[in-house]
Design a protein around this ligand. Structure first.
Ligand SMILES: [Zn+2]
Length: 251
């Protein structure tokens, strides 16, 4: 790290749990953020400010006026622009020394595989089950840690699936595909603005801990926030031995 980096990241380096080695690992890392909306905005801002070396931001949407209530990567001037263009501009202004890769697409198929394979950590900041399950399958296939977040109305949830570890549960173990989980869209149900910030920032925290190799990851634990009562709950969950996603690829 050069002198300017030592200054920029000094408050991380001062933490013995991170230190120079942890910050160097963060600076050398490549992180994939799927979704540049309510969760991806705060997550990407913290990952960029903390110096993640290469930040890949993937989103197929354009900024809409209704996004600005919570999607803090974007400004009034970004309306109708691709979210990744707007996001890249904000992240570059925040930290010009990191590399930002802006992918204007809903990642799927081979493109999703390719990006997951190259990433050190993947953040699922999307808003639909189809993408969540596709990202999980790719993370299982390439054994990449997945930091998952969701926010709707006043309810948030976060968990980490460290698929590098043998026997670690995957997203599908917790939320099996095809179960009659009602897909709630914030376009219909609404979402409390700071809730997306709390969940997205928590995802960034878990990603940085995984990269720096410090603390205890949120693995096998689902963190639930009721922002209306401002109460957190933690639910432990095991791997599903009959999970159709992680069972077949496990050794
Ligand atoms: Zn599984």
């Amino acid at each position: 790290m050069n002198d300017e980096q030592l200054l920029r990241y000094s408050r991380h380096i001062l933490l013995p749990e991170i230190d120079i080695a942890g910050q160097a690992a963060i600076c050398a890392a490549r992180v994939l953020v799927v979704g540049a909306g309510g969760l991806g905005s705060p997550a990407a801002l913290y990952l960029a400010s903390a110096g993640v070396g290469t930040l890949v931001l993937a989103d197929g949407d354009e900024v809409d006026l209704t996004n600005l209530q919570r999607q803090i990567l974007h400004t009034q001037a970004s309306v109708r622009q691709p979210k990744v263009v707007s996001g890249e501009r904000a992240l570059r202004a925040l930290n010009p020394e990191i590399e930002i890769v802006a992918l204007h697409a809903r990642l799927e198929g081979a493109a999703l595989d390719q990006e997951v394979a190259k990433a050190d950590v993947v953040l699922d900041c999307c808003d639909n089950f189809a993408t969540r399950h596709a990202v999980n399958r790719a993370c299982v296939r390439f054994r990449k840690p997945l930091v998952s977040g969701a926010a709707i109305r006043f309810d948030g949830q976060i968990s980490v699936f460290d698929l590098r570890r043998d026997g670690a549960p995957c997203y599908h173990c917790l939320f099996p595909e095809g179960e009659s989980l009602e897909e709630l869209r914030c376009a219909v149900t609404g979402v409390f603005a700071p809730l997306t910030g709390i969940v997205g920032a928590t995802q960034a925290a878990e990603a940085l801990k995984l990269l720096a190799g410090c603390g205890e990851a949120l693995v096998g634990r689902l963190l639930l926030l009721d922002a209306l009562a401002m109460r957190w709950r933690e639910v432990r969950y095991p791997r599903d031995p009959s999970c159709s996603v992680c069972q077949v690829t496990a050794t």
